[in-house]
Every structure is written in C-alpha cells, then in structure tokens.
Design a protein around this ligand. Structure first.
Ligand code: DX5
Ligand code: ZN
Length: 200
C-alpha cells in the first residue's frame, strides 16, 4: 500500500493544528527537524512536536536533519515521534542509534542525501524499517526534484530485492502530481509532499 506523508514544513505555522487536521486523510505527518548545521536552515524541534501531538493520532514521521542525532532521539521519541529517520551522513554510530530508536519503541529509518552513494547504506539496511531517499538537497521545501533520483530509487529497490529485505522506500523532495507516478514505478512506497499539499 502506497502511503502519503505530507511535510508540515510547508504548512502555515500560525495555524499548525488546523493544517494538520486538513491532512487527516493522509497516512503520516512528515516532521522536518533542522539544526542549522547539517542543513543551512533551522525549522522547529521537540516543543513543537509535543504541541502538535494531541492534534492527531496520525503517525509522526520525524526527519532529523541534525548533526549527531543520537543526542536527541530519546527526547524526540518522548515528544511524540513514531518513525525517526537519521541521516547516514550525520551520525557516527549508525547501528547503535538505529537499535536504540527501536528499543525506545519507534521505527528506525535512515535518510540519504542526493550526492551520497547508495552503497553507503548497505551495512545498515538490515536495521531499518525505512530508507528516506532525498530527491532534493535537504534544508528547504519547494525545490525541484533532482532527476538522478529516479535511478537512485531503482538502485535501492534492487538492493532491497537482492538482500531479501522489506524496508519501505520513502522519497522526499520535489514530488508533484506530474512526477509521482514515475517515483512509484521506481519502487517508492511512501511519498513525502510539502509544497504540493500545502501550497499548490
Ligand atoms: C527538505 C525536507 C522535505 C521538504 C519537502 O529538506 O526534508 O521534507 O519539506 O518539501 P517539498 O515537497 O516542497 O519538496
Ligand atoms: Zn523531510
């Protein structure tokens, strides 16, 4: 089953509760946490996740664009995360962190930037429930989909089959009505959409 994860980065922060109610037919809520170090921008963190948690029973899919995310996974889980994705480029103890996320009762996921070779993921794939393939450079909503991402999604889908694993492939960035079909054909299971949901 294909899942949709609207990114509230493109929501109206003055009316977050209202905007979350408006997406109640989706599957997940994609929550982009940025630290101003791993990515140039700063978005929001734990207090905001905690505030919006009572607004919905939907699954919170928290995308940590944060250096050394292991510092925060416990408090992010406590604030209401159901899925926690950490970046393969940002974490020193990837396996330990993924195991810890699972131990805390959340689903572990690994996110990967457009320029990082897919093979980097191989040693960690057995520990994840999801891989988040970035199809834009992380940091901002509303960017254009990077075309090379189609081949990268296909490559990950092939790795998944070769390894006999069943993690979900989530694709994040620049997905609109005119490219979503091709993204799904490459093997994506979860579609993140920010501006397409809240701005178009
Ligand atoms: C980018 C974020 C994305 C972003 C997607 O750093 O990780 O989740 O909000 O927004 P759109 O769909 O507008 O590219
Ligand atoms: Zn994201």
């Amino acid at each position: 089953m294909i899942k949709i994860s609207p990114s509230i980065l493109s929501a109206d922060f003055a009316h977050l509760g209202r905007d979350i109610e408006a997406i109640s037919t989706a599957d997940y809520v994609h929550v982009d946490v940025m630290d101003g170090m791993f990515v140039p921008s700063i978005s929001f963190g734990m207090p905001v996740i905690e505030s919006i948690r009572p607004c919905t029973g939907m699954i919170f899919d928290v995308h940590m664009m944060v250096v050394d995310p292991e510092r925060y996974i416990e408090v992010v889980k406590k604030s209401g995360a159901d899925i926690i994705s950490i970046h393969v480029e940002a974490c020193k103890n990837i396996i330990d962190t993924l195991l810890r996320i699972r131990e805390l009762g959340a689903k572990p996921a690994l996110a990967i930037n457009p320029e990082t070779p897919m093979e980097t993921l191989r040693p960690y794939l057995q520990y994840v429930d999801e891989v988040v393939v970035m199809s834009v450079h992380p940091g901002f909503g509303g960017q254009s989909f990077i075309e090379e991402s189609f081949e990268r999604i296909c490559e990950l889908d092939r790795m998944r089959k070769d390894l006999g694993l069943s993690f979900a492939i989530e694709v994040d960035g620049g997905i609109k009505l005119d490219n979503v079909e091709k993204v799904l054909k490459c093997g994506a299971d979860i579609i993140v959409a920010g501006s397409a949901v809240f701005k178009d």
